[in-house]
Design a protein around this ligand. Structure first.
Ligand code: HEC
Length: 138
């Protein structure tokens, strides 16, 4: 087989692989898991939530943003989802990162281009923790 022939075979194998990967990651998330949500909220590097917020049941959080304790009493889950996805929709000057948006970022490293900070599933997991009754926190 020629070099070109080999390259074609590999191209086929890879494109088939990517098609499969896309089919395996549908954008429709499953019901959120509060345990996973708690772990995500605590991750200082990936989510960073506790750098700016206090969250019920978690060790002392930051104070750059409002405390999220009692959030379910003043916000619906849908409202909170929109805020976390892209807080700029409500406050263009916000310091809170837009966790589920790929728009309006500058100087994104090429490895991260087109990717959101949180996946749709991670966002649901975080919401399920934030909106669970205080007595039931894992
Ligand atoms: C750099 C600081 C910062 C980080 C990190 C951050 N936030 Fe925020 N957040 C804020 C600020 C400031 C506000 C106040 C509203 C605004 O600025 O638009 C806010 C508002 C909110 C609100 C609305 C609160 C309310 O009282 O209605 C929610 C919910 C929220 N953040 C969740 C999160 C979650 C979940 C994460 C992590 C995935 C996160 N935030 C990460 C700064 C931050």
């Amino acid at each position: 087989m020629t070099v070109l022939g080999l390259a074609r075979v590999w191209a086929l194998v890879f494109s088939a692989g990517w098609g499969w990967a896309a089919a395996q990651s549908p954008e429709i998330p499953q019901v959120g898991s509060p345990e996973r949500g708690k772990a995500l909220l605590l991750q200082r590097q990936d989510s960073g939530c506790v750098l700016c917020h206090q969250v019920q049941g978690l060790p002392a959080g930051g104070a750059l943003g409002p405390s999220l304790v009692g959030l379910p009493e003043r916000s619906t889950k849908d409202q909170a989802r929109e805020r976390i996805a892209d807080a700029r929709r409500f406050n263009p000057q916000t310091i809170m990162p837009a966790y589920f948006s790929t728009e309006g970022f500058n100087n994104v490293a090429s490895a991260y281009k087109g990717q959101t900070i949180l996946t749709a599933q991670s966002l649901e997991d975080i919401l399920s923790y934030l909106f669970m009754p205080a007595s039931a926190t894992p």
